[in-house]
Design a protein around this ligand. Structure first.
Ligand SMILES: O=C(O)CCC(=O)C(=O)O
Ligand SMILES: [Fe+2]
Length: 195
């Protein structure tokens, strides 16, 4: 399923977590109903608006801090509350927040990073649900620098767990030929006591 160089104890890919119809329905619901924001982040002494839109949703105790900013969670819309419940049951997780990213077309992107903020804990499990346009997700081993491309499909679920964030970074590069939108949801467990 996934390329051999990605350790099975860190990455798992479920091609069809949602049927195509359900995934399309959820895509349209989120695109049209979430309160999208485009915050600026501080990089090398300058503020830049992120090259995508985002919405942060979670329980009241799940404030999330990155790039020196605190993101307060918005309440769960019903379809995402159901999805969270399902993933918690299926994976035995305690997700209390989801970061939703909306890439309006192939010019929107996300740079290299690891999801290694302290409030995620040492070995976080992150469940990444993709909806809409097929985009290339890249994983780069921090030590060997080997890059692996994983096309994330409409309705698919990528689980990152164990030491994945310690050993790998990931990114979603621009793809100029992509004209359609994509929405990605990363379900997370935020422990505010680790901040
Ligand atoms: O859009 C994606 O597939 C990646 C999103 C991501 O890396 C994140 O939200 O931290
Ligand atoms: Fe990430």
């Amino acid at each position: 399923m996934l390329p051999d160089e990605l350790p099975a104890d860190m990455f798992h890919y479920q091609l069809q977590a949602l049927s195509a119809d359900k995934a399309t329905q959820l895509y349209h619901y989120l695109r049209d109903n979430l309160a999208w924001q485009q915050p600026s982040i501080h990089v090398f002494g300058k503020w830049h608006p992120i090259p995508r839109l985002q919405a942060y949703i979670g329980d009241p105790d799940s404030a999330y801090e990155y790039s020196k900013q605190v993101f307060s969670p918005m309440p769960w819309p019903e379809p995402l509350a159901r999805m969270r419940e399902r993933l918690n049951n299926q994976l035995g997780c305690k997700f209390n927040a989801v970061l939703v990213n909306y890439y309006r077309n192939g010019l929107d992107s996300m740079g290299w990073h690891a999801d290694d903020e302290p409030e995620l804990g040492a070995q976080p499990t992150i469940a990444s649900l993709s909806l809409g346009a097929l985009r290339k997700f890249k994983l780069r081993h921090k030590h060997s620098r080997v890059v692996t491309d994983v096309p994330l499909r409409h309705g698919s679920l990528l689980i990152m767990k164990g030491q994945s964030q310690q050993h790998f970074e990931h990114s979603l590069p621009k793809q100029r030929k992509v004209t359609q939108g994509r929405i990605n949801l990363t379900f997370r467990h935020i422990d505010a006591s680790l901040l």
